[in-house]
Design a protein around this ligand. Structure first.
Ligand SMILES: Cc1ncc(COP(=O)(O)O)c(C=O)c1O
Ligand SMILES: C[C@@H](O)[C@H](N)C(=O)O
Length: 349
């Protein structure tokens, strides 16, 4: 019963096999290998963006921080949700890689920004000229840190606000596949056609060992990204092993199959939890993360049975009256099984 994070899952067998298959002979390094070239073309095709620049890195934090660095100046503000991963879980990497940009936090329900809140935050910034940080960029996460998703129309409404102030927009897509299979739309519709300038396209949480693609829809920003990636220590020398993962991930729509399974398991889990006495969902379940509150006694039973997941916030205590509900996050993955879900639910009940 492993629900702590999709970061704890292993590597999908197709991806591991692709790594072994790529381990033959000598190939050009630093991205000059043929596997990388093929992956770049495949992602351009998937996103209907033949001019896009595509780069591979090994972590989502690197993808996000380097994306921000090419979208804003050090004196610029990065407008993001209060619970954005770039705010809560990247140890200041975006601030570091941008040379000091300030994250300006925007509230909104279920970890989603709304146009009015974003507009108010941007308008309030740089109101006193040189004395303030300037307006830099916007970053939004899809699927969000609360397991919710933005529709293409919601993305377009936020990027329209950004455009009012001539700001570029980044999408943290560490769980983009999970959002896309729920939306059922084409990748382009919820990215560049909705006004996104740069996408962090995640692979690691959805079955890869460690690979993320940064897709820059305006190639004018490409060279600066290359320089920043190398200078930041994120240009892999044996780049073929990043490309092999991504190639297998995209091949035959594996990325969609893996995400569809993870989401289906989350839906099963959420439905079961909703039927547990004293339990309630704290965010809508729209991707592969379930946020729910249930009585301490249920938490204690699940933990005693060996279930792994985080109370959310982390720092709550299992000690205390059994009937008190505590909130938690449970994350399902490409290899979560129905039996795992049903056993966990039985312990909760
Ligand atoms: C929404 C989101 N973005 C970015 C990241 C960063 O990925 P990494 O931990 O590979 O740096 C994570 C990590 O799980 C995440 O949940
Ligand atoms: C750090 C933690 O938030 C991680 N990104 C996760 O989603 O599990």
């Amino acid at each position: 019963m492993h629900f702590a994070s999709d970061n704890t899952a292993g590597v999908a067998p197709e991806i591991m096999a692709a790594l072994a298959a790529a381990n033959a002979g000598h190939l050009a390094s630093y991205g000059a290998d043929p596997l990388t070239g093929a992956v770049v073309e495949h992602l351009r095709e998937i996103f209907e963006a033949p001019r896009a620049a595509v780069y591979l890195v090994a972590t989502g934090t690197a993808a996000n921080a380097l994306s921000c660095a090419v979208l804003t100046q050090p004196w610029g503000a990065i407008f993001c949700h209060r619970n954005a991963h770039i705010e809560e879980d990247e140890c200041g990497a975006p601030e570091f890689y941008t040379g000091g940009s300030k994250l300006v936090l925007v509230d909104g329900p279920h970890a989603k920004m709304e146009p009015a809140g974003l507009r108010a935050a941007i308008a309030h910034t740089a109101r006193a000229g040189v004395h303030n940080v300037q307006r830099g960029m916007v970053s939004l996460t899809n699927a969000t840190e609360a397991g919710t998703i933005y529709t293409p129309a919601e993305v377009a409404a936020l990027t329209a606000v950004a455009r009012e102030f001539k700001l570029p927009v980044h999408m943290d897509g560490a769980r983009f596949a999970n959002a896309l299979v729920t939306l059922g739309c084409r990748p382009a519709e919820v990215t560049w056609k909705a006004g996104i300038d740069v996408l962090s396209f995640g692979g690691t949480k959805n079955g890869c060992m460690g690979v993320e693609a940064v897709i820059i829809f305006d190639p004018a920003r490409a060279w600066e990204f290359e320089l920043r990636r190398k200078r930041g220590g994120h240009l892999f020398s044996k780049h073929r092993f990043l490309a092999a993962q991504m190639a297998a991930y995209l091949d035959g729509d594996l990325w969609l199959h893996l995400a569809r399974h993870a989401n289906a398991m989350a839906t099963r889990l959420a439905g079961g939890i909703a039927a547990v006495s004293g339990a309630s969902l704290t965010h809508p379940t729209q991707a592969n993360e379930v946020f729910a509150a249930f009585p301490r006694a249920a938490h204690r039973a699940a933990h005693a049975a060996g279930a792994s997941y985080y109370l959310w916030p982390f720092d709550q205590s299992l000690d205390g009256p059994g009937e008190t509900p505590l909130a938690a996050r449970m994350v399902t993955t490409w290899d979560t099984t129905e039996a795992e879900i049903d056993t966990f639910l039985a312990h909760l009940r």
